[in-house]
Design a protein around this ligand. Structure first.
Ligand code: PEP
Length: 254
């Protein structure tokens, strides 16, 4: 089965109205003829309206970097799934390592957000990954398996039909030390095999992105691996000059 590749930009807490305009216009112009891969940008909440007005009608979709699992209520500072839908979001990143480590999200809270995203009709991009120490101790499969199971055990494998997974080793995120294509492929294959134990069809269909220091220089090699279906891109999503060639690497010949 040919899985359509997907490249997602995660802007994190970067941007301004002026710089976003230049970036988004550059991305749209650069990807106008990208037909056989998908591109998404996940922008900070205040810029969702700007993303909507600049990206509507283009082949670049937009989404958010997090959301609350609750529909509404007295939750100062929180943003609900329906609010993201109101702004035309299609995707939302769930369980990014920065949310887990800096904002104390757990497998439980990430799972609740994952399920709330699906319920709202959003596609969750569910992040998993081990730290450098965990990899050195040979715990990669255990950590990634536990994070994956936090979804599969609660909701069943079928929920992955409407979700995207992202393997993001913590040591590679924001580090200039990307996983080698072989290292990433090993973990992606492990993830797919683990899902296949429950549901082989879902395992074959689900898109698994790699994230961690992807650049225009290494994207093609990573995306060529059999179980790597695109990328989740941090720093290199902040300039069209870097992001466009990465998206194009997901659609060779474009
Ligand atoms: C990320 O934050 O999801 C990420 C992969 O960052 P970077 O590409 O900068 O390593």
């Amino acid at each position: 089965m040919m899985r359509r590749k997907l490249v997602v930009g995660n802007w994190k807490m970067h941007g301004s109205i002026a710089s976003n305009k230049t970036l988004l216009e550059g991305v749209v112009a650069g990807l106008r003829d990208l037909h056989d891969a998908d591109a998404v940008v996940c922008v900070p909440y205040p810029y969702l309206g700007q993303a909507q007005s600049l990206l509507q009608g283009t082949n670049v979709a937009w989404g958010a970097q997090n959301m609350c699992s609750t529909k509404d209520g007295a939750l100062t500072g929180a943003v609900s799934p329906a609010m993201l839908v109101d702004y035309g979001c299609t995707h939302v990143i769930i369980g990014h390592s920065e949310r887990r480590n800096l904002f104390h999200e757990t497998d439980d809270t990430a799972a609740a957000r994952f399920s709330a995203a699906l319920e709202a009709g959003l596609i969750p991009i569910f992040c998993m990954g081990e730290s450098a120490e965990e990899r050195e101790s040979d715990w990669t499969d255990y950590i990634v398996g536990r994070q994956l199971d936090s979804i599969i055990r609660r909701f069943g494998p079928h929920v992955l039909a409407n979700a995207v997974l992202a393997y993001e080793p913590l040591w590679a995120v924001g580090s200039d030390n990307p996983a080698t294509p072989q290292q990433a492929q090993e973990v992606h294959e492990f993830i797919r095999r683990r899902i296949a134990r429950c549901d082989p069809q879902i395992a074959t269909a689900v898109r698994i992105l790699y994230g961690g220091s992807v650049t225009a220089a290494n994207a093609a090699q990573l995306f060529a691996m059999p179980d790597i279906d695109g990328g989740l891109i941090g720093r290199a999503s902040l300039s069209a000059q870097d992001f466009v060639p990465i998206c194009r690497a997901a659609n060779p010949g474009s």
